[in-house]
Design a protein. Structure first.
Length: 180
């Protein structure tokens, strides 16, 4: 039996402490990401949000913001960006669209194969750019439909000129700081 968005909403109401996604008619319980992975996601959000908000370019959200995608899946990326003209006001529930940009940060329990599949799921739903941040390897993978994957490492800059002209992020700034 395939479940629906309504089933997901009922399940989420019954279990509000769990992060749930609806993928191909099945409800998936998302595990916590881990401290370092969440710190990387928070840094990405901070860097992106600090650039986007004063320019009023759109909305930047974290992993609790879900998207009802055109393929009937309801997914929640670790970081997302939606252009202002596509989402003039924040919905109280999930957004009924695909974000323009989505980011997944690999946690210790994540499978790279499943994470890349999730990114492809968003790209198939009209997300323009999908990013995989892999703290274990200290690399960033940038995905676009019909383009080769772009791999960035420490010392390189992430730019997304088609969505965020002028924004740049030094990859090495994503990783957690080590204190002496």
């Amino acid at each position: 039996m395939l479940l629906t968005t309504q089933d997901l909403q009922q399940m989420q109401s019954a279990y509000p402490d769990y992060r749930l996604e609806l993928v191909d008619g099945e409800i998936i319980v998302m595990s916590p990401s881990g401290y370092a992975s969440d710190e990387v996601a928070a840094e990405f959000i901070r860097q992106l949000g600090n650039w986007v908000k004063p320019r009023k370019l759109g909305r930047v959200t974290a992993s609790s913001a879900g998207f009802n995608l055109p393929n009937s899946n309801t997914r929640s990326p670790d970081v997302s960006f939606v252009k202002a003209e596509r989402l003039k006001q924040s919905p109280r529930s999930f957004a009924d669209l695909a974000p323009d940009l989505m980011v997944e940060v690999k946690s210790p329990t994540d499978s790279l194969t499943k994470t890349r599949k999730k990114i492809q799921n968003f790209l198939n739903a009209e997300t323009q750019v999908g990013i995989l941040v892999n703290p274990d390897e200290r690399i960033v993978e940038v995905y676009r439909n019909n383009c080769p994957v772009q791999i960035l490492q420490d010392g390189e800059h992430l730019t997304i000129p088609d969505l965020l002209p002028g924004w740049t992020l030094l990859v090495s700034e994503l990783w957690p700081v080590e204190f002496d």
